[in-house]
Design a protein around this ligand. Sequence first.
Ligand SMILES: [Cu+2]
Length: 174
Amino acid sequence: MSIYIPEKDWFHPPEGAERAWIGISLIWCIIMFIMMPYWHFKGKQNSTGEAYRVTPQAFVERVDKFVESYKVGEENGIPIVEPPPGNDIYLLGKMWQWYPILKLKKGQEYRLHISSADIQHGFSLLPVNMNFQIMPGYDHVLTITPTISGEHQIICNEFCGIGHHLMTGKIIVE
Ligand SMILES: [Cu+2]
């Protein structure tokens, strides 16, 4: 709220430093705008947004069938699953674990289906800074080719309740 009535011709076009800063911020906005689609393709960290509707129950059934078919071991009660390369593979987020542990072959392509059995979770693969929102009701599909062998930790980066900090998982690449 102004105390004084503005003079009649109150508008003066920006000049000097003000003009320069408007120009700089505008150019930066345009760079950021171009970077978004550019990095989507060049950065190789973003999914193309391939997702399908699926009920949580139906997804859990698929995961159970997948685990039953390719289970090779167990760690702390969580099955280790080694599917043949090229296959559809499944990962379920639920309060509060990532299920099951996936054992994959380096350099082979897989179709990774991720979904949640209950509420929203955040799939975060370390240390390669890949982050995806995992929603119940959506089968989020990522076409992946593991390039780094070793054990990769998955954490949940979307607060999902009292056990959120315990919600870790694992992908083994060999
Ligand atoms: Cu969480």
